[in-house]
Design a protein around this ligand. Structure first.
Ligand code: IMP
Ligand code: MG
Length: 176
């Protein structure tokens, strides 16, 4: 049986999301940024984040799928659903659920850069620094997490647990 161990409570998530929204509202007060959520994992986080942002924003979404092994990022990403908005000369905030190896993020950032936005910043709820394979710069970060498989608050394990209101980790073997 899959065991789910709570890691970051609903209260801690709410407090951090408000802090990030405040920071973004301050940093972008002279422009209308376009928040680009990476589906599906970032959907719950982004929904809460935008509701605490106090400046005008636009929202759009990208859906990506990783080629190859389902649990290990290959860095080769397919854009399954592309943006609906034009991003040329816009201030983009890429909203991610979790940065693991960093390869998906790099691919998406490079892809968006080709469309010549004015700026691109990264906002990620979670980061697993122990797993980075490349240098990653996260401008707005929620929490650093240890090298465990996490779920909840939009993040899945085999398409389950996205609806948990908190972040937990999945005990994949008895040693965790
Ligand atoms: P990366 O390319 O290795 O950074 O992988 C990024 C993507 O893999 C994330 O956006 C998630 O969709 C997925 N992922 C990485 N780690 C986890 C995890 O612990 N739980 C669930 N999904 C994860
Ligand atoms: Mg993701």
């Amino acid at each position: 049986m899959t065991e789910i161990v709570p890691m970051i409570s609903e209260q801690r998530l709410a407090k951090k999301v408000k802090q990030l929204a405040k920071q973004i509202s301050r940093d972008y007060k002279n422009t209308t940024p376009l928040l680009v959520g990476v589906l599906k994992g970032a959907w719950v986080f982004m929904a809460d984040l935008v509701r605490h942002i106090t400046i005008p924003v636009n929202c759009d979404f990208l859906q990506v799928s990783s080629y190859g092994d389902a649990t290990e990022s290959s860095g080769v990403v397919k854009i399954v659903t592309d943006l609906k908005c034009t991003i040329e000369n816009r201030d983009i905030i890429l909203v991610e659920d979790i940065i693991d190896t960093g390869l998906t993020l790099k691919y998406i950032k490079d892809y968006l850069s080709l469309k010549r936005p004015k700026t691109i910043k990264i906002c990620s709820l979670l980061d697993k620094p122990a797993r980075h394979k490349i240098k990653v710069k996260i401008d707005y970060l929620g929490f650093k997490v240890p090298n465990k498989f996490v779920v909840g608050y939009g993040i899945d394990y085999q398409e389950l647990y996205r609806n948990l209101p908190y972040i937990a980790y999945v005990k994949l073997d008895k040693t965790e």
